[in-house]
Design a binder for this molecule. Sequence first.
Ligand SMILES: Nc1ncnc2c1ncn2[C@@H]1O[C@H](COP(=O)(O)OP(=O)(O)OP(=O)(O)O)[C@@H](O)[C@H]1O
Length: 244
Amino acid sequence: MLEVEHLDVDYRGVVAVEDVSFHVFPGQMVGVIGPNGAGKSTLVKAILGLIPIAGGTIKFCNCSIRKQLHSIAYVPQRTQVDWDYPVTVQNVVMMARTVSTGWFRRSNRKSKEIVKSALQRVGMWEFRSRQIGELSGGQQQRVFLARALAQQADLFFFDEPFVGIDKTTEDMMFDIFNELRRNDKILILITHDLGETLAQCDYLLLLNKYIIADGSMKEVVTTENLQRAYGNNILFLNQQEKSA
Ligand SMILES: Nc1ncnc2c1ncn2[C@@H]1O[C@H](COP(=O)(O)OP(=O)(O)OP(=O)(O)O)[C@@H](O)[C@H]1O
């Protein structure tokens, strides 16, 4: 179980995440939503130990999360990745294996098999020798999903996983997400999509520095909650949808 209790994060004294608490159980997929600047990425970075926390605790499987970073996979937003970096598809996925083999050890046969199977799972094995910069957006997203699978993590974070991908890739990703859930993995998705993606989640967190609402889609995605999080813009969006 992932347990976040009373988490506070600030940047040089400016509060970005305030008193955030939630629990996620094995097999659950959680959607984190909220407006730009709500603290979604900050929350994930804090859980991943990439930025210091100002208060609170984060535990995974009853232990401090800092000791278990090897069992956490993170798939960043495509815009956060340097796609000009000269590395092949296969080597990007192999990077996930350095968590267990170490940076300076040659990749062993088992790791090579795991990488092959992850690339096959996302339909990218035949692209293994390509430079990552020579792939389409959807293919790049598949490669990063393969990297997360090859890590054989227990906790997965996906930052805007469905941006710029086609329906086939989206369906394939949902298939994989469901398979991970059946295997008792925990998935946390940051998303701006208030439709299809949220409907697939077991649990939602609506954030705007602090938690505005959490629970099922029906409990969280209400006009009142959305207005509290997004302000009146959300009403404008609703009206546009109705008149379309
Ligand atoms: N490195 C940083 N230094 C100072 N302030 C930061 C830093 N990173 C983020 N912030 C601020 O913290 C707040 C939360 O930012 P964060 O990136 O977590 O929001 P977000 O919900 O992920 O937004 P978006 O949906 O736009 O990606 C914002 O006010 C942002 O300006």
